[in-house]
Design a protein around this ligand. Structure first.
Ligand SMILES: Nc1ncnc2c1ncn2[C@@H]1O[C@H](COP(=O)(O)OP(=O)(O)OP(=O)(O)O)[C@@H](O)[C@H]1O
Ligand SMILES: [K+]
Ligand SMILES: [Mg+2]
Length: 682
């Protein structure tokens, strides 16, 4: 369960009042010009103000004042959204605490230094109960860490050296054991710090979609400008030449001010909703892309499965003694800092009493570290003996290359483990003067996460196809894919394969999202349209993606997609509302403008508005109030449910299209009932 500080994310009218000073500052035309529609209103305000001064009238001043109010309200939406974003960023920042670090000296001793004085590359020791002084990577040890100060998530997480869970964040607390951390960023310049700065986003970039919509709105504005301009000759012909004030007011009522005013607030609110779910997006563009994602790529180990793959059994091939296999497996893992490698050492020690690495009994050896490319790790001993362990295809290949021939019994053994979703690691050795031979298999066990099947079913309902990509063998992959219920899977994938798969999907016109935590995920995270890196993952992964999940929960993507969809739907709904509104206003005001000129036109004044002036002013007031009334919708977002896009569209057209058509008639009429009583209105 995610815990949110009280009130976090709720919208209250007080926020509107609090944002007023910011909104007033945004009256600066250099700011307003970013939203063309609002800028047109700004010019209109100026024009009507001048007109009112030159030829003073109550009506003239009233219109000018309300046009300024319209611009202010338009700014208000954005100011509120930004204010909420800042509050959110503050909440993240407050969690940072001052610490005293236990820095390791080159001579092996320890010294105490204040956290902020740490430098990149420093090694610090952190033990149970202590705060981690800065962002870094665990270089030694395993510990459970409480990251709830940062994420609100209360379950402790495991952080360990070597694997994909080696990165730790400053200000989080070690709960058990002892780790050595290499500081990777200067305090205050950590990854999270940079992300927070981004969230505060004084310099938020418009997304390509927003720019496109703004261009559309600007074109609409131009069309209405022409429509209003051509109204004048008609009006003159009818003997009712209109003043500049009336024409400007009419223009403002007709152009899509509502969506023009709310557009940027909708975007900011989308990113803000993500932050509330502990996801930080680098760009608004990523959030939008999330709303349109077609394909979701997930890796197996650690995402679909729990990821702490543990060795549970050593199974020797016929003719090899169990102890011999265990000893070789352990030797090959002494320097293997991956969770898999460590678990092999532990199993050998616990079950066969073989001494672990602490004893340092092996000297004169070269370790071959694991890589996702070779899919092997191992050791070359001083006496010429060489041991390898790894994925079966990789080790079989090595055995053949070293002149050996794997026994026939190896195949079935491997398949049996893989068939039930386990990962078989083959162990092989070569002694000088003899061909290489397979000694046996290590069974690694991993467990599919609880509830993941339901999550995938939900994604399916959203119309998103899921692909599991793994470096593991095809049989294991198939077994896990079946159990988890993913749509497709790809086995024995290298980092390049992952990226290639994304490229292919994109070439077919699909938007791809991917979650990952490992350094070998980085290229794919960078290539994906939505790349969500786990905060617990490696720095490379975090730098490559365009979102970071502070909770390191790979299924968070479902929520991210929902938030993205909600953003797109909200924008669509409010655009529909805004334009329907404008069209309705046209029919509401025009007849009223010509009352008394043509009896036939009078009949069109179905609303029975009191007078031309009253009708125009009421429309302007309504136009301004609608913006404020819709701020909560823009910030909270239109509700999203996983249904088909067509059903969603139908519903929104009905609600926001019809609503947009009807409200002006009701609203303007109500305002007119009050406005026509004003003494200065004719
Ligand atoms: N420490 C290790 N030593 C030797 N072989 C290993 C080690 N760890 C994993 N392997 C083997 O290498 C294969 C590929 O590992 P890789 O990390 O690329 O993918 P994965 O972890 O299996 O899957 P995923 O991509 O879902 O994380 C594993 O399936 C396993 O067979
Ligand atoms: K309008
Ligand atoms: Mg992996």
């Amino acid at each position: 369960m995610t815990h949110h500080p009280p009130g976090r994310g709720e919208f209250t009218p007080r926020q509107l009042a609090a944002a007023l000073p910011d909104a007033a500052r945004k009256l600066d035309p250099r700011h307003t010009i970013r939203a063309p529609v609002v800028f047109v209103v700004w010019i209109g305000s100026l024009v009507t103000t001048v007109a009112a001064i030159v030829d003073p009238s109550f009506f003239g001043f009233a219109i000018a004042a309300w046009l300024w109010v319209t611009v202010l309200f338009a700014n208000l939406a954005e100011a509120v959204a930004e204010g909420r974003g800042r509050a959110q960023a503050e909440a993240l920042r407050r969690t940072k605490q001052e610490t005293v670090a236990r820095r390791l000296r080159p001579d092996g001793g320890e010294e105490r230094v204040p956290g902020p004085r740490l430098a990149v590359g420093d090694l610090v020791v952190v033990e149970a109960g202590e705060l981690i002084p800065g962002d870094g990577e665990v270089v030694d040890g395993v510990a459970s860490v409480d990251e709830s100060t940062m994420t609100g998530e209360s379950a402790p997480v495991i952080r360990e050296s070597g694997g994909d869970r080696s990165s730790v964040t400053g200000g989080t607390r070690v709960l058990s054991d002892r780790i050595t951390v290499r500081v990777t960023t200067r305090p205050g310049e950590g990854f999270l710090d940079r992300m927070i700065t981004l969230v505060e986003g004084a310099s938020r970039q418009q997304t390509p979609n927003e720019i496109a919509l703004n261009i559309l709105l600007a074109s609409l504005t131009l069309v209405f400008l022409l429509a209003v301009a051509t109204l004048q000759p008609l009006a003159a012909y009818a003997g009712r030449q209109q003043t500049l004030t009336v024409l400007t007011a009419l223009l403002v009522c007709l152009i899509p001010t509502t969506i023009g005013a709310l557009l940027s607030a909708i975007g900011i609110a989308g990113m803000d909703r993500l932050v509330r779910r502990n996801v930080i997006a680098v760009s608004g563009r990523a959030v939008e892309a999330a709303g349109d994602v077609n394909t979701l790529l997930l890796d197996k180990t650690g995402t679909i499965t729990l990821g702490n793959r543990q060795a549970t059994e050593f199974i020797p091939v016929t003719g090899v003694d169990e102890h011999e296999l265990a000893e070789a497996a352990q030797l090959s893992s002494l320097a293997d800092e991956t969770p898999e490698g460590r678990s092999v050492v532990v199993l050998a020690k616990n079950r066969y009493g073989l001494r672990g690495r602490e004893e340092g009994r092996v000297t004169d050896v070269t370790f071959v570290p694991f890589s996702a490319h070779t899919r092997m790790s191992g050791v070359d001993l001083g006496d010429g003996r060489r041991i390898r362990k790894g994925a079966s295809t990789a080790v079989m290949k090595w055995v053949r290359a070293e002149g050996g021939r794997p026994a026939d019994t190896v195949g079935p053994l491997v398949e049996a483990i893989a068939g039930e979703g386990g990962t078989p690691l083959l162990v092989a050795e070569r002694t000088p003067g003899e061909p290489a031979r397979v000694l046996g298999v290590i069974r690694l066990r991993d467990i599919v996460k609880a509830g993941i099947r339901e999550r995938f079913a939900e994604l399916h309902r959203m119309g998103i196809s899921t692909v599991m990509i793994t470096g593991d063998n095809p049989a294991t992959a198939a077994a896990i894919a079946r159990e988890a219920g993913v749509d497709r899977h790809l086995a024995e994938a290298t980092p390049e394969d992952k990226m290639e798969l994304i490229r292919r999907e994109q070439a077919a016109g699909r938007l791809v999202a991917m979650t990952g935590d490992g350094t070998n995920d980085a290229p794919a995270l960078a290539q994906a349209d939505v790349g969500v890196a786990m905060n617990a993952g490696t720095m490379a992964a975090k730098e490559a993606g365009n979102m970071v999940d502070l909770d390191s929960n790979p299924t968070k993507l479902i929520e991210i997609v929902a938030i993205g969809k909600q953003l797109l739907i909200t924008r669509g709904a409010l655009t529909t509302f805004s334009i329907a509104n404008d069209v309705a206003k046209y029919f509401a005001i025009i007849p009223a403008m010509f009352t008394g000129v043509h009896p036939q036109l009078d009949r069109l004044n179905v609303m029975g508005l009191a007078s031309a002036q009253s009708a125009i002013l009421s429309a302007v007031v309504f136009n301004a109030l609608v913006i404020v009334a819709l701020v909560p919708v823009a910030l909270r977002g239109v509700r999203y449910r996983p249904t088909s896009a067509a059903a969603m569209l139908r519903r929104n057209l009905a609600v926001y299209g019809l609503g947009g058509l009807v409200t002006p008639f009701v609203g303007i009429k109500l305002i007119d009932l009050v406005v026509h009583l004003l003494p200065g209105i004719r």
